[in-house]
Design a protein around this ligand. Sequence first.
Ligand SMILES: *[C@@H]1O[C@H](CO)[C@@H](O)[C@H](O)[C@H]1NC(C)=O
Ligand SMILES: *[C@@H]1O[C@H](CO)[C@@H](O)[C@H](O)[C@H]1NC(C)=O
Ligand SMILES: *[C@@H]1O[C@H](CO)[C@@H](O)[C@H](O)[C@H]1NC(C)=O
Length: 562
Amino acid sequence: MWLLSLLTLAALHLRSGSEVAGHLNVFLNPVEVMRLLGVSAEVYYVREGHINNYALNFIVPVPANVKDISFTWQSLAGRGLPYSINVVSSDQEVLPRPAINVSHSGEIPTSIQTWAIALKCSGLKAAEVDVTVSLEVVLNRSLNNVTHLVFRRKKICLVSDSAEGWTEEDVDDPQLLETVMLPPTGLITLVVGVSVAMGSVCLLLMIAYCVKGAANKRQHHQHGGQPMRTSSFQRLNTHPPCQSSMGSAAYMTPSIIAPIHGSSLPRKVPVSVEQQHPEELHRRISELTVERCRVRLSSLLQEGTFGRVYRGTYNDNQDVLVKTVAQHASQMQVLLLLQEGMLLYGASHPGILSVLGVSIEDHTTPFVLYPALNNTRNLKLFLLDPACARTVTTIQIVMMASQLSMALDHLHSHGVVHKDIATRNCVIDDQLRVKLSDSSLSRDLFPSDYNCLGDSENRPVKWMSLEALQHKQFSEASDSWAFGVLMWELCTSAKQPYAEVDPFEMEHYLKDGYRLAQPFNCPDELFTIMAYCWALLPGERPTFAQLQSCLSEFYSQITRYV
Ligand SMILES: *[C@@H]1O[C@H](CO)[C@@H](O)[C@H](O)[C@H]1NC(C)=O
Ligand SMILES: *[C@@H]1O[C@H](CO)[C@@H](O)[C@H](O)[C@H]1NC(C)=O
Ligand SMILES: *[C@@H]1O[C@H](CO)[C@@H](O)[C@H](O)[C@H]1NC(C)=O
């Protein structure tokens, strides 16, 4: 029990954000959060004077059917706190000046007050409009100390009022949500709740992760729609590289990477937890349950809006990584962590980081434990650290890619499609051994790697193959595509792929044959392997067994002379 309090304390201490010399709460009440994000929670922007910058930086999408947004506040200073509010719409034609139902300046009352901003679309045009709410609060008049808070919303406007009638009746059903949100009386309730509501609620929850490249979009449009001339990607020949004029044709013989001509062959259907009976998740969790008191957290490695990754020990003798969620996380976020954390359950392969244990003693902050020998840490963060990345050689990159391709070959041979292969979902240790991990918490910890494309689902767009983008078709072949992007990340110290390309235009560009450009210092042979992963037709991409032999061939080639 004391350990739990320790965690709570740590979470409090490490909570990001600055402090204001004042006593103030500004938050979204549960009704508002449910309406916007589909989860039952309060979201605090300012809690007892602590400003939550993560929450403030998060642009909350406002669905077309939600016509006003609300905020709740309370002065805890024992007196009213003077404020002024300004609301700006980025497109007055689509969303005329929004009206609010408190005065633009006044005093924040000492009682809890909720106020609202009406967002009435003109109906003349369909667009996403940025709504910026600026709030200034005078916390201490004698110091003339003014705190500025900026809340951002993205309102989706449709063409006419009748068109706004698309309500997700079944998703919004409060009863359905309530059954999920109720404190679980036991694991079964919890798990049944997931299976009933996951399909619909999950979509809504994804909104919570949605941080869209709106700024990107604007910048990109300023380039006059000619981003294909930028350096980050190029038009590639999508024919197999062995037929192209790449230098080492001998190496790229079809016998090494042969296109799979059996694109019509049925690919194995992956069996993931969400498609299985709820009992399966239950069984996996109970099999893996460890006692919370055996887990000791030592340091916080990563922190998102609700997700946390700690280093720690299990049983005082085993180093572990611990994924958990903050106290304010919603029940759904907790469930997603558990569910996604189980993806690689039971996969025993040296290249796979599979879950070691779970603790759900405290339903609000579950622990998911992973073994972490030799200073294991996140691969993307490792690559982004100049001190680490500088030392990585081509040979090491090829070794890493090779280890990961073996792991994926193993997964695929067991019928599991990963669906989110990227450096952010891998770990690396001191000896540069890499392992593939699940994607739990990644949407929260790496928000800029995920985008929403008009719907409420948040996807790793820049890592997705064309058929995955267009038709949500995930297969071994879409994993190969993402693996190509991962190899590109390895060569670029985890640069953002297609940084200049608007996520909304990815589909179009890929269809036109544009791909990531060859990174500086990346040998032709290695780039040829990557590019081969990006063949338009799934059947023409290499399998992981083929990638594996390809990479080892290249490895022996480059090490021959070393
Ligand atoms: C206002 O409050 C902040 C946060 O406590 C503090 O750092 C700053 O010095 C204050 N400004 C003035 C003018 O006192
Ligand atoms: C403003 O409108 C919202 C939503 O209609 C309502 O809940 C709230 O009580 C109103 N606040 C005030 C101060 O009138
Ligand atoms: C405002 O700041 C002054 C100077 O630090 C302090 O003495 C006073 O108590 C503060 N007032 C409030 C209401 O916090």
